[in-house]
Design a protein around this ligand. Sequence first.
Ligand SMILES: Nc1c(NC[C@H](O)[C@H](O)[C@H](O)CO)[nH]c(=O)[nH]c1=O
Ligand SMILES: CC(=O)[C@@H](O)COP(=O)(O)O
Length: 161
Amino acid sequence: MATENKNLSEYDKATIPNASKFRFGIVVSEWNDTITEGLYKGAYDALVDNGALPNNIIRWDVPGSFELVYGCKKMQEQMVNAVIAIGSVIQGETKHFDFVCEGVTQGIKDLNVMRETPVIFCVLTDNNMQQAIERSGGKHGNKGTEAAIAAIKMAELRKNS
Ligand SMILES: Nc1c(NC[C@H](O)[C@H](O)[C@H](O)CO)[nH]c(=O)[nH]c1=O
Ligand SMILES: CC(=O)[C@@H](O)COP(=O)(O)O
């Protein structure tokens, strides 16, 4: 498994652009909030560690991961350089997991295709809570950290393109 061979929280600051000139929007799903709050902390701390100003980080909450698409669409309309979508989808008894994951994945992909502001996919899609815990500050690191680094790099790419 790819994540098993890569700690999601590791990055080399020397390779990361300074984020002090950028504004970031973070949209956070309330479902599985113990997980999404851990992802948010990882993302927020990594943004600030790389120079982002706290006043330049906007947070909105949405009910569930399916609503991340609408929330990120509206966040793109704000004066931000990149958006991070944070969610945690955990397999239940039915196929609902498949439809939520597909819907949020395709929706965020569409936002990246149709609009100028990059939206980073920080949505865990796990078989169980233990996997989610391990990827939101556990033994595999924090996908929120990974997403923040991606957001900084994509904001820099957008600025230079
Ligand atoms: N089961 C999970 C959900 N389900 C809720 C949907 O995301 C959505 O809010 C609802 O269908 C109303 O439109 N959401 C998650 O983020 N994680 C889950 O595990
Ligand atoms: C991802 C979901 O919507 C899922 O957790 C809901 O659980 P269930 O499939 O048991 O209704």
